[in-house]
Design a protein around this ligand. Sequence first.
Ligand SMILES: Nc1ncnc2c1ncn2[C@@H]1O[C@H](COP(=O)(O)OP(=O)(O)OP(=O)(O)O)[C@@H](O)[C@H]1O
Ligand SMILES: [Mg+2]
Length: 312
Amino acid sequence: MVTTITLNPMLDKTIYVDRLERGTIHRALKMEMVAGGKGINVSRQLKRLGINTIATGFLGGEVGSIVLRLLTEESMEHDFVRTQAATREGLTYLEPDGAWTAMFEPPLRVEQSSAHELSRKIGELASKSTWIVCGGSSPGDEADEIFYEAIVLAHRNGISSVLDSYGRAFELGLKAKPTMVKPNKREFEMTFHQSLTTESDHVRAVQFLLEQGAQYSILTNGGHMFYAGIQGHFWKVTPPPTKAVNPTGSGDALVAGILYGFHQGWKFERCLAFGAAAGAANARVWEVANTNLQEILSLESSVKIQRVSVKK
Ligand SMILES: Nc1ncnc2c1ncn2[C@@H]1O[C@H](COP(=O)(O)OP(=O)(O)OP(=O)(O)O)[C@@H](O)[C@H]1O
Ligand SMILES: [Mg+2]
C-alpha cells in the first residue's frame, strides 16, 4: 500500500463562466468540486492504475467535511487528522476558450497537538505500507517537520519514501534521506536560491539531491525537457508534445506513474518514461490526476529519453 500525506489540502472548485470581468457580478453556468492537494492527487492516480493507496494529512471545518465526503464518494481510502482550523477552498474560474483564473484561500494553520497526532498516524500507516509519499506545501512552521518525521518513520519500517515539496519542509525532509525526490525546477530554484539555466546546472542540481542521500532524483519542468538521475547515471527526458488543458497535478501523476513502474518491477529508465507520459496525459485534460493506463501507455512511446554524460 502507498500512503500519501497532504498537509495542505484544498476543496478545489471549478466555476464555469462565460467571460470573467473585474468589478461585476457573474452568474456561473455550472460548478464542480473535487478534493485537491498533492498527496491526494497521487492517491487518485495510483488508485486509477490499480495500486492500493490511503491518503492522510489534515482536514478541518465544514470544508474539511466536504473534502472527506468527496474522497469517500471517489472510493478513496483515507484517514485524516481533524483539525480546529478549517481547510481552505480554491476557486478556479474557467472560461469557454480554456482560459482560467484561480484564487486559493490562505492555508489552514494547524495546532501542535494535531501535528503530533498526524505523526503518530503516519507511524501506524507506515507499518502497513510499502511507500510513503510526502507531497505539496506545508501550511506553516508547526507542520514543517512532519515530512522529515514521515521519512524517518519510513526508514524505521524498512519502506521507501518520496519527497515532493519546497521551502523549509523540503529542506528538512531532505535531511531524513528520502528514497526519491521530485521538486520541479521552480521549487528547487526557490528552495536553494539558485537559477538553473544550462544542462550542467540541471545535472548538478540532480546530483546535489542525490548527494543528500536520495536514491532517485527528478527535477521536472512542465512540458519542457527535464533531468533525472541515480548514483552515477543521469538522463534527460523530453515529454511528449502535448496541448496542455490543465497541467495542475502533472507532477503528482508523474510520481504515481513512477511508483506504478516500480510496482511492475521496471528499471528506473522505463519508470521515467511512463511517469513522463502520465504527467503529459494529465496535462491534456481538465480533470486532475485521473488518467487511465491505456492513455498513458499510448503516450509513452513518444517520450524521448537520453543518457547524459557528466564531465568531471
Ligand atoms: N504541457 C505539458 N506537456 C507535456 N508534458 C507535460 C506538460 N506538463 C507536464 N508534463 C509532464 O508532467 C511532468 C510533471 O510536470 P510538472 O513539472 O508541471 O510537475 P509539477 O510542477 O510538480 O506539477 P504539480 O505540482 O501541479 O503536480 C513533466 O515532467 C512532463 O513529463
Ligand atoms: Mg509538484
